[in-house]
Design a protein around this ligand. Structure first.
Ligand SMILES: Cc1ncc(COP(=O)(O)O)c(C=O)c1O
Length: 375
């Protein structure tokens, strides 16, 4: 069976986890967490990065830092993972869903403006498959309407837009290091803070409402409860696992990219024959090979293809049920404008196996079976 995903493991994880155990420091914000934060800050030229317990809690932190109030509105795409939306709901905001572009499956930047009202406070964009949204347009609209921009870059670690790392362009960026992501710590994530005005509040929020981070830096002589907070620190054991991955970040990226390019080359003829569609990478975007997807003609063909591949020991999957038609989406949000692409495109998309260490012969095998299916 060719699995859909295998969590990345480069071989040095155990050594670092052992070091964490032997240092007798396995709670949060120890050596490995600090190394990971610093690596992400340096590599991506980010003002401040804080590891979190998940991509979801990084999004929660961003939403809480925006101080959303009951009745505020948050604009986001409907074609995304539930976490993009749950963070906004946490603050009592209303969700306003906007259609996607069919080429990248990202929010359609030309539809954002018609969704803005005097209650709109935040704009959340999600970089699907690690391919950037049109951030020039997004930032221009946000600045004109004084909106805070949160980049859900859960899938976009190591991707860039016009040379800038995804997650570092809006006010906040949120990464995921879940086991299905390019770089992993089992469960985990990071909040990228691009506007320093949020730094202090973010540290307090992450540290159970205390000013403990200031205390550790010697900026106050005792630490105390100062504000609303929660606990978003991952364990050092998880951070040690991630550290191993970050040390091998380029190797992981190259390995995934080789598989992605291999799929693309092999399947191009089916696209040229008009049978399928392949991902589009717009100019100015460098992606991270997070995902290889293709689009079938329609839902029926996709169901048949997934089942054909399964019968040939290949696990291919689809996602997402558009949020605006999900039970919680109906409860918390509304779709503005026409759903031209969100539902139809989501029904055609299928994701092929892609993970660090996927063999070239396995990619050949998957492509051969897809070609057989279309014969
Ligand atoms: C677009 C998107 N946002 C948010 C998340 C949530 O990340 P996590 O699973 O680390 O909480 C994920 C991944 O699972 C995701 O793909």
């Amino acid at each position: 069976m060719i699995p859909f995903n295998v969590p990345p493991c480069v071989g040095t994880e155990l050594q670092y986890i052992k070091e964490a155990i032997e240092s007798h420091k396995i709670c949060g914000d120890g050596v490995f967490t600090k190394k990971c934060n610093a690596w992400l800050e340096e590599r991506f030229h980010a003002q401040k990065v804080l590891l979190t317990t998940s991509g979801t809690t990084a999004l929660d932190m961003a939403a809480l830092l925006c101080e959303l109030q009951e009745g505020d509105e948050v604009i986001l795409p409907s074609y995304t993972f539930s976490s993009t939306a749950t963070s906004a709901v946490l603050g009592g905001a209303k969700l306003v869903f906007v259609d996607i572009r069919p080429d990248t499956m990202n929010i359609d930047e030309t539809k954002i403006e018609e969704a803005i009202t005097e209650r709109t406070k935040v704009l959340i964009v999600m970089h699907y498959a690690g391919v950037a949204c049109n951030m020039d347009a997004v930032m221009e609209i946000a600045q004109r309407h004084k909106l805070v921009v949160i980049e859900d870059a859960a899938q976009g670690v190591m991707s860039t837009y016009k040379g800038r790392a995804l997650g570092t362009i809006g006010d906040f960026g949120c990464y995921s290091f879940h086991e299905t992501k390019n770089y992993s710590m089992g469960e985990g994530g990071a909040l990228v803070i691009n506007n320093p005005k949020y730094n202090e509040r973010a540290e307090i929020l992450r540290e159970k409402g205390t000013n403990r981070s200031k205390f550790f830096r010697g900026q106050v002589d005792k630490y105390t409860w100062v504000d609303f907070g929660d606990s978003y620190l991952p364990s050092e054991l998880n951070a040690a696992y991630l550290w191993a991955q970050l040390c091998a970040a380029d190797e992981i990226n190259d390995n995934r990219m080789a598989s992605w390019n291999h799929y693309y080359r092999e399947l191009k003829e089916l696209e040229d024959e008009g049978k399928i569609e392949l991902p589009v990478i717009p100019n100015g975007c460098v992606h991270n090979a997070h995902m290889f997807y293709m689009k079938c003609k329609d839902l029926e063909e996709r169901t048949a293809l997934i089942s054909y591949l399964k019968n040939n020991d290949i696990l291919a999957v689809f996602h997402y049920i558009p949020l605006h038609s999900a039970p919680a989406g109906l409860k918390y949000g509304r779709f503005v404008g026409e759903d031209i692409y969100t539902t139809i495109e989501s029904e055609r998309l299928v994701r092929l196996p892609l993970y660090y260490g996927l063999e070239s012969e396995q990619v050949d095998f998957v492509c051969e079976k897809i070609k057989n299916f279309y014969e």
